[in-house]
Design a protein around this ligand. Sequence first.
Ligand SMILES: [Ca+2]
Ligand SMILES: [Ca+2]
Length: 414
Amino acid sequence: MKKQWLIIPLILLATNINAQDAVGGVEEDGTATNEIVTTEEVATNEMGTTEGVATNEMVVDVATTNVSATNMYVETVGYTITNGDTIYASPLARFEVQGLDEQSGLQEILVSVDGGEYATYKQPISFTKEGKHSLSYQFIDKVGNISYSETFSIDVDATPARVLEIVLDPTAYHAAGTIYVGPYTDISFKAYDDMTGVAFIEYKTSDMEEMSHYAETTTFAALGYTNTSLLRLEYKVTDMVSNVSPVKSQIIMVDATAPVVNVFAKAVEIEEVRYISSRDTIFVEASDSETKIANIMYALNDNDFLNYDAQIGINIRESGEYTVRAKAVDMVGNESEEVSYTVSVDMVAPTGDVAFVGEAKSDEYEALTPTEVTEEPATEEEPATEEVVAPVATPETVVAPEVPAGTEVDVVTE
Ligand SMILES: [Ca+2]
Ligand SMILES: [Ca+2]
């Protein structure tokens, strides 16, 4: 007597049916070594035990079990994947056992779950607890022949990806629970799944209606945020057997506004020329309405920009006309326009003369009081500073009156 047993768990049947369809799905660049096969229609259940069971099983042949977010390739996933001889399944996967007897006919299928007692198979079997499971089965025909038992193993992945993070480059500026980014900050995601790997990440901003597959690094500007705006970014990750993480969300402020810069000094303006002395400091102030100032820079005339130190300011020790150029960068990298400020450094002290007042009738004369009209000699040293750009003139040249007050001087006649 010759008996043929056809033992075909449906999940394996699906692999064979669709193996050819999968070939075209391989990426040309070779990074996607894995293939996905979807089964639109479940093979007919000859046992007639399916009662509207929506079995939509997919088989993915994975080379490695862990797929990082950087080489994702899958757009949809099912409830199982195979990796070599191992079948990974989500708790939603259902396993059907089919048998065929060509002579007397199949009487019964016996199944044993996780090494338990054999019992009559009635309906597809699923495994809810994470970890290794086994499913053994035997067939009995109508005249009492019993097949050898077969067993296959299933690893159940019931856990969504363990890691899911937004990666912002440059690193965001955090303040008061909000994170601030620039419009050209790079957005990417990091995810990791322990057992079956990450299939795909989806995200949406508050202005997007639906979640979109994350495919590659993008920017807020690319998502339409070129102006300063507040948004919520939502994202989730799906593993290779359809376990979906909870949706995470983050409020993000896109700061697209550059700082405002102002240059000033205690100057005297005469006929549209600003004059300062060599002892006057030029200051730069900058403010940012969204974040903070990260850096202020200044340049004298055509020189290169230097970092501005608010404690020191800008001190020019040589006479002449100077143009200070200044700009500032905020915490998310927005750079202001350049602001220019032109000054004339006046280092020449006034001079004075003495002249008679009234007629020269006596030997008496009045001296114009030179102490009031001449520049005071510097009484204290200028603070030593590294910010001095112009070379320091040899000890400050103050033209002090040669004639102390009260001293007799020669009469000048003109
Ligand atoms: Ca998982
Ligand atoms: Ca700003």
